[in-house]
Design a protein around this ligand. Structure first.
Ligand code: DGJ
Length: 738
């Protein structure tokens, strides 16, 4: 709900559990008043006064009193040059070289829906939108701030549009999307860092004087940092404390920063990283900054995550597959790498189909002369030496055994040893007269150019139209370097990063509109582009190239803070694991992969009979529990980095059932496993706890399970007759009474 109180110019945005408040103050500046718990319909105006102190300048309008300073006033969209020395959202240069911008309230309107952001991902669904137009006091430059209120999810989607009507070009040097000026300082900054094959490790660090910031200047959101952060009370836990989430719906360079100022107030900002960015905005043009989904929880991280999970499933992911059950798949990458032909693929698919698997995904190596990773990217034409008869013959054969077909592409890349590169050497990002960096022997195509996108589109569309495909894995295996486009003049090279992302979005939109029945999965060397921007285009993303079940516990734990289970690509792979050499039980690998989109990535034609029986059981179990896993409320019960086991729970929203998963990662002699206090159950109801091996653990009330808690079985209870490390337990809770 959005309210405007005219006398005080106060805007209040209300969600189920939160209120966001701001006002156009006496001088016309848009002041932030509150984002937190509800306010009982009241205003915070005057509650926490601020004033100018020494060495904090007052703007021209306050020249008589000199009691007001932008440096100390909490703001909605801070700018540089006029005395606010904290991190600005907007910095620009006017045609005369001036860099000051002084934004004041001009007008507003309340819309009953959410406007789409042209060329960019954005939330959709039932909501109201407040559009506030600010204008520079001295020049005809406007900033349009959008606030869309998603009541049910406690989310406010923010973005900003810069409109130049000054009569001359303006150079944008930095345009962030959102700012949150909180009037306190006792906060932690929670962020998700990592590296290839070890993404989204949780780090929690105090917000102190000076700035703590994370970001990417790699051209993608990256493995190294994720464009999702949480600012929270120092005491916040899974179940208590105030938390503010900022999730960026964007897949390129980003910054997320929090800092404490001289008055001990905390500013949090998020947007496109200003490093390397500049944008020439001609008179009459506008620049749209991407959207940030802001979420508030007064009940800890758990409630915050659940809001994002539901929001992204219902108001971000689109198309046929957003909420539909995804087929259980077998991917041939770790089974064969480049070494396959259609007969080998068919053998794997046949074995898989006999075990209940529903789709074969042919990964890298099916096109051009792609016998290794040194060549052929860009030549998206089936290699009929490897796949004799082409994709149509393979898909026809697969249909006979009731298997669907999926295919891997890496559309944004080119190998120097490729027909595409030989024909168009200037289509890659590279600076004339300089050397170029390589990673995985490949260069990055200049996706800002329409002719490049058209070419890739035509190649992909020809393959996808040639057979019956159900799935595409869209990979991207290196970060951008030598960012320079042959299609842009020298003074516009600062636009290439953003234009690249817009180009990728345009191509994705085009492909997915033309092939609406295909399920697209995102990927960037695993989870290097695991962001809310990509979830707008495809509902799932390969979470990490690390398929080791024990490592995945931490990776999937970190991912769960901001992203739903249905987004997390997860497979059972071989043991010893190819990334770490770790040996884990087949059962454990299944339990971990079920906290994701679930599939297999090993040679199912070469596993033991016992393992085959397990696959059959796992596939049935996953399909049976699909709704609970994906629509249930997700609870993190332990922190894998701090505990001998990782436990998580999915509970049906009506409390009728739940699924408890427990995986041991570090066992010691005479260990007392920690008590797990379950969540999301009906206190008075009675639940039966049954393991996936049929063992009944007992019956207890929801209240007993949530208040007193459940002691997990010991690791060796899973393997009474032998020794096996990394035991897992999957326990179903069924309401039997109440
Ligand atoms: C990186 C992906 O993350 C892997 O799953 C696989 O598709 C390889 N690329 C293929 O080159």
């Amino acid at each position: 709900m959005i309210r405007y109180e005219e006398t005080g110019h106060v805007f209040t945005l209300e969600t189920a559990h939160a209120a966001y408040q701001m006002m156009a103050d006496g001088y016309g500046y848009l002041q932030h008043l509150h984002f937190g718990g509800k306010l009982g319909g009241g205003s915070c105006d005057g509650l926490r006064p601020v004033w100018a102190t020494a060495f904090s300048a007052s703007p021209q309008v306050d020249v008589e009193r000199q009691r007001y300073s932008l440096d100390l006033t909490p703001q909605e969209y801070p700018t540089a040059g006029g005395g606010d020395y904290r991190t600005p959202c907007l910095s620009l240069t006017f045609a005369d070289g001036a860099r000051n911008v002084e934004l004041c309230y001009a007008s507003h309107r309340i819309l009953k829906e959410k406007p789409a952001l042209e060329g960019l991902p954005s939330l959709h669904g039932a909501c109201e939108t407040l559009e506030i137009t600010l204008r520079d006091r001295w020049a005809d430059l406007e900033v349009v701030l959008l606030y869309s209120v998603f009541e049910e999810y406690d989310v406010i989607a923010r973005s900003a549009r810069i409109v130049n009507r000054t009569g001359a070009p303006v150079t944008l040097n930095g345009v962030l999307s959102a700012c949150l000026d909180l009037q306190e300082d006792d906060f932690d900054f929670v962020h998700f860092h990592g590296r290839h094959a070890m993404e989204r490790m949780v780090e929690r660090t105090p917000v102190a004087h000076g700035e703590v910031s994370v970001g990417s200047v790699r051209g993608t959101s990256s493995h190294q940092h994720n464009p999702f952060v949480i600012v929270c009370d120092r005491s916040a836990t899974e179940d208590s404390g105030r938390c503010w989430g900022l999730s960026f719906l964007y897949s390129g360079n980003f910054i997320a920063a929090a800092s404490c100022d001289q008055s001990d107030a905390c500013r949090v900002v998020m947007g496109i990283h200003p490093q390397g960015f500049s944008w020439r905005l001609e008179d009459g043009e506008s620049f749209q900054a991407p959207e940030v989904a802001l979420c508030y929880s007064g009940r800890g991280f758990g409630a915050l995550s659940q809001s994002y999970h539901k929001l992204y499933r219902h108001c971000l992911c689109r198309g046929e597959w957003a909420l539909k059950r995804r087929p259980v798949l077998i991917n041939n990458w770790e089974a064969t790498y480049f070494n396959f032909n259609e007969e080998k693929l068919f053998q794997i698919a046949k074995a898989a189909s006999e075990l209940g698997v529903e789709m074969l995904v042919v990964d890298d190596g099916w096109f051009g002369n792609r016998f290794d990773d040194r060549r052929a990217l860009g030549d998206w034409v089936v290699n009929t030496e490897k796949v004799r008869g082409g994709m149509k013959a393979l898909s026809d054969r697969l249909k006979e055994i009731h298997m669907r077909l999926g295919l891997w592409f890496e559309p944004e890349m080119v190998s120097e040893d490729s027909n595409l590169y030989r024909a168009h050497p200037d289509w890659c990002l590279s600076v004339p007269g300089r050397g170029r960096s390589r990673w995985r022997n490949q260069l990055v195509l200049d996706m800002s150019r329409k002719e490049v996108r058209d070419f890739i589109h035509d190649e992909m569309a020809a393959v996808l139209s040639s057979a019956d495909f159900s799935y595409v894995k869209w990979d991207m295996n290196r970060h951008l370097t030598d960012v320079w486009s042959a299609a842009l003049p020298a003074d516009r090279q600062g636009e290439v990063h953003h234009r690249y992302v817009l180009g990728v979005y345009e191509l994705l939109e085009r492909m997915e509109t033309e092939f609406p029945h295909i399920l697209f999965e995102g990927c960037s060397g695993g989870g290097g582009r695991f962001d809310a921007g990509m979830l707008y285009y495809h509902p799932q993303i390969w979470c990490s190239d690390n398929t080791d079940a024990i490592e995945r516990l931490e990776i999937q734990y970190g991912s769960s803070f901001g992203y739903p289970i249905s987004a997390v690509g997860s497979h059972v792979s071989a043991s010893p694991n190819h990334q770490t050499g770790r040996v884990t039980p087949f059962h454990t690998r299944g339990v971990v992969a079920m906290a994701g989109t679930f599939g297999y990535e090993l040679d199912l034609s070469a596993i033991t009979e016992e393992e085959k029986e397990l696959v059959k059981k796992q596939v049935k179990q996953y399909i049976r529990l699909y709704d609970l896993i994906n629509d249930g409320n997700y609870y993190r019960l332990t922190d894998p980095a701090a505990c001998c086991l990782t436990a998580w729970e999915m509970a049906a929203p009506d409390g009728s059932r739940a699924l408890l998963s427990i995986v041991y990662s570090h066992v010691r002699a005479n260990l007392y496993p920690p008590i797990l206090r379950l969540r999301g159950l009906t206190p008075d109801a009675r639940y039966r706890l049954t393991g996936d091996d049929g063992k009944v653990y007992g019956e207890w009330t929801g209240a007993a399970l949530m208040e007193a808690g459940f002691r997990p079985p010991r690791q060796h209870d899973a393997y009474p007759h032998g020794c096996a490390d990394y035991a897992a337990f999957q326990i179903e809770l069924t309401r039997v009474e109440g």
